[in-house]
Write a protein that binds this ligand. Structure first.
Ligand code: AMP
Length: 585
């Protein structure tokens, strides 16, 4: 009976999605109307002269396109406890801290019930499509999820990362149950105050329930790789705990200890089995299916800055499929992965037209068209001209603008996406990169994506030596004359100077943007510098962000560290132990 209800539910979700995406334009119009009606009394909207109008044309005419910086004073007043409606009709009671790993410090964004509901809708939608291809039944999930510290703002609002706000919400647990993907770890572990202790206990819970685990997941793929790298180091200690039924003394928090004590019983057979399984592996290949024989797939956001971790994740996963989770941000969700079968690197996200009102700034044509229309070339004075969700064109790249149920209106998210196709009449987006992450000295422009491709290319050289790039970042050094690119690498083990020198040359040659190549040739950009970091440096970077209130669940290594992100730059620079300059040009 229960099974039947689940199948019915899943089909209903797909049916609703199909109906909605066949009528994207109207659904968008209705969604905008609903957002503006619900929040019509908010000071921000009142001041813009909409006078009750809710149609897209009036909305675009009255409401400016903004950045987080523009809304910051309004959000700050909410954070400080102002009681009048500022950005939303209903008062905001919770604040999300976005990861801030790109800006260097967390940003505050409003969180409310409507945002929670859209989160669940995204989860349900991708689950429904995923479940058709990869059904899970009455299983458990090994989820590497962690909460951030939840604090109170000066004005008494709850503040935590968006994922923490979601995990704490009672609806989340219910939804996970309905999706038959309940986390195998107790709440005390998920919400434990120290993420290293939580990680250890997640691993232990996974091993205790190894037969029942049907999926391994986390919000971002980075956390899964991080977890299994840790397992490589602590597996013997885990086996001792399982054998004796006593938790290591390293776990110190009483709430975590007592929750784990309820699960842990002496089990020498299981400890021996794990030892045998791990001893039989060659270089940890296929670790996940070996430990969790019934795992159906591995799930988490795997695109964008997470692509770097895929190689390692595939190594651990053996033949278990990797499926990327959905596309969204602390500010709101955007699209669901409804094609779980495609290779991870080609994942697209179908926009859900009822979870927000979406616009897109065309990145290539916009300025050229306007120059043509206006006959002048004063590019800097031009306003971006966004198009609507149904006006985007296949093959084009855009910056995403969001209008949400949580008080953000025409908000530039800063992400670049490419339209790969349409599902009915809603676009399917490929995540390209963050727009503001740019390496540039003069006329060169290299994005996060260009950097990643260069690193991938150069990393092949150390792969021949059986080593890998654990993580990487970059910086533009303008203190030298001319300025030059600096790439930071943390690598897994010893690599000879000759090979690293060649990696440095390869990185330099791999930035193929015409501005870079021509500038390098005339020495308007100096030789690229590769700095090798001590092992554990990126762990220090992670710790730094955790100290600022970020959560491991949402962590993204900053790929380009500017001078304003002084602390991170200092951590990187203090941990350099070898430096190479390119001789490629
Ligand atoms: P946060 O600031 O922690 O809320 O993270 C949100 C950001 O993470 C987005 O603006 C994207 O840059 C990135 N992100 C979220 N989902 C995905 C995805 N599916 N693929 C690539 N990047 C993503």
């Amino acid at each position: 009976m229960l099974e039947k209800m689940e199948i019915l539910h899943v089909e209903k979700v797909i049916e609703e999605f199909e109906t909605m995406t066949k009528d994207t334009e109207n659904v968008q119009r209705e969604t905008l109307k609903k957002i503006l009606e619900e929040n019509g009394s908010a000071e921000y909207l009142q001041n813009l002269g909409l006078n009750g109008r809710t149609d897209p044309q009036s909305f675009k005419a009255c409401v400016p396109v903004v950045t987080h910086q523009d809304l910051d004073p309004y959000i700050q007043r909410i954070v400080d406890g102002a009681s009048s409606p500022i950005l939303t009709g209903k008062p905001i009671t919770t604040i999300s801290l976005s990861s801030g790993t790109t800006q260097g410090r967390p940003k505050f964004v409003p969180f409310n019930d409507e945002l929670m509901e859209t989160t669940l809708q995204i989860f349900r939608t991708s689950y429904a499509f995923r479940n058709r291809e990869f059904p899970v039944k009455n299983g458990k999930a090994l989820q590497f999820i962690y909460s951030s510290k939840q604090s109170r703002t000066k004005g008494g609002l709850f503040a935590g990362t968006a994922t923490t706000n979601v995990f704490r919400n009672s609806q989340f647990k219910k939804a996970m149950k309905a999706m038959q993907s309940q986390c195998c770890s107790p709440d005390e572990v998920i919400f434990g105050p120290d993420f290293r202790q939580s990680l250890y206990c997640h691993l232990l819970c996974g091993l205790i329930f190894r037969e029942e685990i049907q999926l391994v997941s986390s919000t971002f793929a980075h956390s899964i790789v991080h977890a299994f790298r840790t397992l490589e180091q602590v597996w013997e200690e885990l086996c001792v705990d399982i054998r004796e039924g006593i938790l290591t003394s390293r776990i110190t928090f009483p709430s975590v200890r007592s929750a784990m004590a309820k699960l842990l019983k002496p089990n020498p057979e299981l400890a021996d089995l794990i030892r045998r399984k791990i001893s039989g592996l060659s270089n940890w290949y296929g670790l996940i299916p070996e430990l969790f024989p019934n795992v159906k797939y591995i799930y988490g956001i795997m695109t964008g800055s997470m692509e770097h971790y895929l190689k390692k994740l595939r190594h651990y996963a053996g033949d278990v499929p990797l499926i990327s989770a959905d596309y969204g941000s602390s500010e709101g969700w955007i699209g669901a992965n409804i094609n779980p079968n495609v290779p991870t690197e080609s994942t697209t996200y179908a926009v859900l037209p009822n979870i927000g009102y979406f616009e897109f700034i065309p990145l290539k044509e916009n300025v050229e068209e306007q120059v043509h229309d206006r006959g002048d070339a004063n590019i800097l004075s031009m306003e971006p001209k966004p198009v609507s969700l149904t006006e985007v064109k296949i093959g084009e790249e855009y910056e995403v603008i969001v209008t949400s149920f949580a008080g953000l209106y025409r908000y530039r998210l800063g992400d670049v996406v490419k339209v790969m196709g349409f599902h009915n009449s809603t676009p399917e987006l490929k995540f390209i990169c963050r727009r503001n992450l740019m390496l540039t000295v003069n006329i060169d422009k290299n994005t996060e994506k260009d950097l990643q491709q260069a690193v991938e290319e150069a990393a092949k050289l150390i792969a021949e030596e059986k080593q890998e790039v654990i993580d990487f970042s970059s910086h533009v050094d303008m203190w030298t004359d001319p300025g030059h690119y600096v790439i930071f690498w943390e690598i897994s083990g010893e690599v000879s100077d000759e090979v690293l020198k060649e990696c440095c040359n390869c990185l330099d040659r791999s930035f193929v943007d015409a501005g870079y190549v021509s500038s390098r040739k005339v020495n308007a950009i100096g030789p690229l510098e590769l700095r090798i970091l001590r092992r554990g440096t990126f762990q220090k970077v992670l710790d730094h962000y955790l100290g600022l209130g970020a959560a491991v669940s949402q962590f993204k290594t900053p790929r380009c560290v500017g001078p304003t992100n002084y602390k991170v730059l200092q951590i990187l620079c203090d941990n350099v132990f070898k430096t190479y300059f390119s001789t490629a040009f």
